[in-house]
Design a protein around this ligand. Structure first.
Ligand SMILES: [Zn+2]
Length: 421
């Protein structure tokens, strides 16, 4: 059916974005079979590292050591009191918790954390996973799977994910960011590698990657990189990329995902909450992407200042798909600015958002909040088209939204969306 008026258009876009199921292309969530790796519930939500960093700003009197000595429940109590009772929770990370509690149907007027906890003591993980995915409108979740983690490796020897909604991504950070300890773990797994990368090391790393690709069937290989990432580079990281990862990505036909711009441990006392960001050299992305036209690259960058040049780089390289508003960019004002710019430069050949959730419940707020912004920006773009004289069909808008919420990812992979009927 054709869209006739601007009011009809906006309502239809909002409704379509709200109801179209998402493929969430990067998360730290896990299927139930991964046991303790899956975090969920109000205490995990409150003790997430975003909120820890925000709490400390209001508590100059509290020593870091005292906080880290607390139990999870005590930390959650403290964060609830500081960020939700003593102050209004309008930062994005805090508003996210409010959205989650509201969407779960809790009475927010009581502000009674104990009563919210009571629900989580009764519910089973499998039922909760179903409930959250349903409420969040997420059909497929891409995990982050670490073959260097002993606990996770055991889960894979037990068969990995049997839940078709949870798909794998092979995370290889230790190979690129910590070779001096990674090589020992490879040796323990039976690979003949050396610390100085001599002899058969490169071939053995390739064998390791192929073995894990066979075991996990990952959609891509992924790494997070520091803001001073350089390419090419006469370093061990440079060799691992050139001699191992790029050839394997091409042979296996899966993308290499780079998440660039992390500055680790700018305040080590904050532990997981102590990482920051820095501006990165887009030249590194230009060179790796254009130098390997037969490899597919998924790239997201952490610095706001890199976003425009990253979008332009994607215009120049069809083997590059940019995705998401990552971590410190996941704020409404920045998501709107970045999404608007990307749609203007790239049309629908982009993945506007991924959730990066570590706690299952966060899916509710990440996608609620992002959908609102994506619908707003898309509504503006279609309104401009309508005013320019273009006539739009409802089916065309549906097609476009499906692309932005995951279809473009599957097309880029060259694989059918497994959840498609
Ligand atoms: Zn992540």
């Amino acid at each position: 059916m054709a869209i006739r008026t601007e009011e009809q258009l906006i309502a239809f876009v909002q409704e379509t974005v709200r109801l179209t199921p998402v493929t969430d292309i990067h998360t730290h969530l896990f299927a139930e079979s991964f046991g303790d790796l899956l975090l969920w519930g109000v205490d995990d939500l409150l003790t997430y590292h975003y909120l820890i960093a925000e709490m400390f700003r209001f508590r100059p009197d509290l020593s870091y050591d005292d906080f880290w000595r607390m139990s999870k429940t005590e930390r959650a109590d403290l964060i609830w009191q500081t960020l939700f009772i003593d102050h209004s929770p309008y930062s994005e990370a805090c508003r996210g918790v409010v959205t989650v509690l509201n969407r779960l149907g809790f009475d927010l007027s009581t502000r009674d954390l104990e009563s919210y906890r009571a629900y989580f003591r009764e519910v089973q993980a499998s039922d909760y996973i179903d409930r959250i995915l349903e409420l969040a409108g997420v059909k497929t979740v891409v995990m982050t799977n670490d073959p260097f983690d002993d606990y996770e490796r055991e889960r894979w020897s037990g068969g990995g994910s049997t839940d078709p909604r949870f798909l794998a991504a092979l995370r290889i950070d230790p190979l690129l960011n910590g070779w001096d300890s990674a090589y020992m773990k490879l040796q323990q797994q039976g690979y003949a590698v050396t610390q100085d990368f001599s002899g058969d090391t490169a071939a053995e790393v390739r064998r390791f990657l192929h073995d894990w690709i066979g075991r996990m069937n990952p959609l891509y290989m992924a790494v997070s990189l520091p803001n001073d990432f350089a390419y090419p580079e006469p370093s061990l990281r440079g060799r691992v990329i050139d001699e191992c990862i790029l050839p394997v990505a091409e042979e296996a036909g899966i993308p290499f995902a780079l998440m660039i711009g992390v500055k680790r441990k700018v305040n080590p006392s904050l532990k997981d909450a102590g990482d920051s960001l820095g501006y990165s050299d887009i030249g590194a992305v230009e060179r790796i992407v254009s130098g390997h036209p037969n490899v597919k690259f998924l790239v997201t960058m952490l610095s706001r200042e890199n976003q425009h040049e990253l979008a332009v780089t994607a215009r120049k390289n069809r083997n590059l798909l940019i995705f998401g508003c990552w971590w410190f960019l996941n704020n409404p004002s920045l998501i709107e600015e970045i999404t608007r710019m990307r749609l203007e430069l790239l049309g629908g050949s982009v993945i506007p958002q991924h959730s990066d959730c570590r706690v299952l419940d966060q899916l509710l707020y990440k996608w609620d909040h992002s959908r609102t912004i994506i619908a707003k920006v898309l509504g503006d773009k279609y309104t401009d088209l309508l005013r320019a004289g273009w006539r739009l069909e409802e089916d065309e808008i549906r097609r476009d939204v499906e692309g932005l919420l995951g279809g473009a990812f599957w097309t880029f992979l060259g694989k059918p969306d497994p959840s498609a009927k």
